[in-house]
Ligand binder design. Structure first.
Ligand code: NAD
Length: 329
């Protein structure tokens, strides 16, 4: 089978080459996103794949259908880039990669928890000025003595919970969906109970009507003073003004975020420090706030899985087969 891969990035190339060698399929890389201008290039191919943040508007699906293409395999989670009605109207089947590496995000969440516990930012900043005293950063706490509330026990939340359990921490799970197998490493409870008991709160829910600003002022009022907060899920889950107040008052001991509500204004871009959003400038000055540029997923395993899962699905759907990654109407 001949597959046209749109918007290939250099880090994907070795995995594309390996996959092609293992499966015997031919993959041609195009280093631009799928658009109305280049959709007809799929004509001599059997299947296509892309990863992109730019939208794929309605006319594209007609061009692809006329070129004999039956599917688009997206190499990412977010499929809001598709025009679903237009795709279905042209009998173009769609797939995405919903779980490329839950452990990647779970491991990064754990990394940042350890950084906060060990006061890494304070020590790093002090050492940069020649201050190598123990008091510069302060004493740490050990993870096995902590109670961690995992809000959202799905793919990533359950991977994180298992890691914490293996390290000896007490894990509380909050999720409207109950999975009995998770009882092996966590205790399910209500949100209010978790907030009253947790030393650490970590968000792993999708963004939806219930989770938007879930962590508002009343949420912060319910937590124990000195709690640690971790958000590697979606920025809009936390009211950033309430977060700032809690970090300054000591209601939060520290927080680590890989996402913010305004991340599209600056993440994965280069800016002068003075051009960053004002709340980001204030937050990143704090010793107890750790910000990262939406990199929790960014591991070699995740990129490999994005490529391999999407290309496998491209073959399956082009052969009129079935994949659990298909986006259904
Ligand atoms: P998932 O769908 O597997 O799990 C989400 C869980 O949250 C589900 O079990 C669901 O029942 C639960 N949930 C929904 N509403 C809830 C609520 N109000 N309270 C408690 N639980 C609730 O999702 P996932 O793949 O584990 O992803 C989790 C989050 O991580 C998503 O927001 C995703 O966008 C984000 N994510 C971040 C990165 C990154 O690089 N930082 C990468 C991938 C995913």
């Amino acid at each position: 089978m001949k597959i046209l891969m749109y918007n290939t990035v250099l880090k994907e190339l070795p995995f594309v080459k390996d996959w092609a060698a293992k499966t015997g399929h031919e993959v041609v890389n195009l280093f631009e996103p799928l658009s109305v201008d280049n959709a007809a290039k799929a004509e001599s191919f059997d299947a296509i794949s892309t990863q992109q943040t730019t939208a794929m508007p309605a006319p594209i699906y007609k061009i692809l259908a006329n070129a004999g293409i039956k599917q688009i395999a997206l190499r990412q989670v977010g499929y809001d880039v598709f025009d679903l009605p237009a795709a279905f109207a042209n009998k173009i089947r769609l797939s995405n990669v919903a779980a490329y590496s839950p452990r990647a995000i779970a491991e990064y969440t754990l990394t940042q928890l350890f950084n906060i516990l060990r006061n890494s930012k304070k020590f790093d900043r002090a050492m940069a000025t020649g201050d190598y005293t123990w008091d510069a950063g302060g004493q740490a706490r050990e993870i096995y003595q902590l109670t961690v509330a995992v809000i959202g026990v799905g793919r990533i939340g359950s991977a994180f919970a298992q890691m914490l359990h293996a390290l000896g921490a007490k894990v509380l799970g909050v999720d409207p969906l109950y999975h009995a197998q998770n009882e092996a490493f966590l205790e399910y409870t209500t949100l209010d109970d978790a907030l009253s008991r947790a030393n650490v709160i970590s968000f792993h829910t999708p963004l939806n009507d219930e989770t938007r600003e879930l962590a508002d002022q009343s949420f912060f009022d319910k937590i124990q003073p000195g709690t640690i907060m971790l958000n590697m899920a979606r920025g809009e889950i936390v009211d950033m003004a309430a977060l700032e107040a809690a970090l300054s008052s000591g209601q939060l001991y520290g927080a680590a975020f890989d996402v913010t509500p305004n991340e599209n204004e600056f993440m994965n871009q280069k800016h002068e420090l003075s051009e960053l959003p004002e709340n980001i400038q204030r937050l990143t000055k704090l010793d107890n706030f750790y910000l990262s540029p939406h990199i929790a997923f960014y591991t070699n395993t995740a990129i490999k899985n994005m490529v391999e899962i999407a290309l496998n699905d491209a073959v399956v759907l082009a052969n009129d087969g079935f994949t659990e990654n298909e986006i259904l109407r």
